[in-house]
Write a protein that binds this ligand. Structure first.
Ligand code: FA5
Length: 372
């Protein structure tokens, strides 16, 4: 067994030599001071204060020294490591403060700049008016029903009691969908939303209280009051003991809600194959309330000084329609209406020309705001 190495001189172990320890300390402090950002400082910390740094390796040598030499060498290396650790801490704090200051400047938001210069998109007023119209009926307990825009002729015409020779079926009014061989496909672009009546009756339990907003198509020329593609709101009620008086009440509630309370409505006798009796619905002009009639000094542009505005067609559901939809007309009765949504938008917002609604000019739609 060998004797303890009492005569060992720590000065002889190079990494523990005071000059060497001082050099390692100076080198570390210089590298820390030179670190320009936090990433660089991280690398410097690993190199000069990490487990494999020269000072850490020197520290390991102390274990091999004789006890008498350990204290002094430990003090020397420990002091250098403390200084390096302290310098890293201080540099870290300084660099973090610099970074925070820079980020504050770089990410500054000038709250005085004008905001949102890009015009915001909005839904088309036809969509919002259609929803408002439907909402009035939803508020009365109606449900929303739907049907396809490309519709079977049977739903669009036959089930609604249009006779085979009815003029609405001709090419002058209806867009027919061509069959694969160029012939008759039995399918049309729906000319009104009334086919949804039959679809609703076939697919729902009675009683039925529905409204169906939707797109419709006719071979009309685009002019100030007509469009080949337009929208209607269909309404249908089928229940026991339903009369035209209920229809009157529902229309009055709708007109009051959309255009203002207290406006009178009137029914003018008309004809639709799927209702009997049928009527055109007029409402009192909400601008002049009839005051312009017979007064050339105060003309009204909204009602053309007629005092009344036509808003759609309606009537008691023809028993033949109920039979086509499998409903017993001895037990059930009902009524239906079809309102033009473009016309409603025209009256409600003073839109003079149908072109404005279809041409997609943002100057028209933006006037309605960004209601969504
Ligand atoms: C019908 O379409 C019936 N289906 C309405 C109906 C439903 C009656 C249920 C009875 C029971 P009419 O063809 O009148 O009816 O059209 C109804 C409304 O659609 C018109 O009052 C008008 O506001 C609108 N309309 C019709 N054609 C056009 C068009 N080319 N452009 C814009 N709106 C139109």
């Amino acid at each position: 067994m060998s004797a303890p190495n009492n005569s060992f001189d720590p000065v002889e172990v190079t990494p523990l030599h005071p000059d060497e320890v001082a050099r390692m300390r100076e080198e570390a402090l210089a590298a820390i001071a030179a670190a320009q950002d936090l990433a660089e400082l991280k690398e410097v910390r690993l190199a000069h204060a990490g487990d494999r740094s020269p000072l850490a390796l020197a520290n390991r040598e102390i274990g091999a020294l004789p006890p008498a030499a350990k204290a002094e060498a430990g003090k020397r290396v420990g002091g250098a490591r403390r200084d390096v650790g302290q310098a890293v801490k201080e540099r870290q704090a300084a660099l973090e403060a610099e970074r925070d200051e820079r980020v504050l400047v770089e990410e500054r938001v000038d709250v005085t700049l004008p905001w949102d210069r890009t015009p915001r998109g909005a839904r088309h007023p036809l969509t919002t008016v259609a929803e408002r119209m439907a909402d009035v009926f939803v508020g009365m307990g109606f449900e929303i029903a739907e049907g396809p825009e490309v519709e079977a002729e049977w739903f669009n015409f036959d089930a609604l009691n249009f006779q085979p020779d009815h003029p609405a079926r001709t090419m002058q009014d209806t867009f027919f969908v061509e069959g694969p061989d160029g012939g008759d496909s039995g399918v049309v672009m729906r000319t009104h939303t009334s086919p949804v009546q039959v679809r609703a009756l076939l697919s729902r339990e009675l009683p039925v209280y529905v409204v169906a907003p939707g797109k419709t198509f006719r071979t009309d020329e685009l002019d100030a009051t007509h469009s080949p593609v337009f929208h209607q709101l269909e309404g249908l009620v089928v229940d026991k003991g339903i009369t035209m008086a209920h229809l009157r009440g529902a229309i009055d509630a709708f007109v009051g809600s959309m255009f203002g309370e207290g406006l009178r409505t009137r029914f003018r006798a008309s004809y639709f194959p799927f209702t009997e009796p049928s009527a055109e619905v007029d409402m009192e002009c909400f601008v002049c309330r009839g005051a312009s009639v017979g007064d050339p000094d105060n003309p009204c542009r909204t009602c053309s000084s007629e005092g009344w505005i036509e808003i759609g067609g309606c009537g008691v559901v023809n028993p033949r329609v109920l039979v086509a939809a499998g409903v017993d007309p001895e037990v059930y009765s009902g009524w239906a209406f079809g309102l033009g949504i473009e016309r409603t938008l025209m009256f409600a917002h003073g839109v003079r020309d149908m072109h404005d609604m279809v041409e997609g000019d943002i100057r028209f739609t933006s006037a309605f705001g960004s209601e969504n």
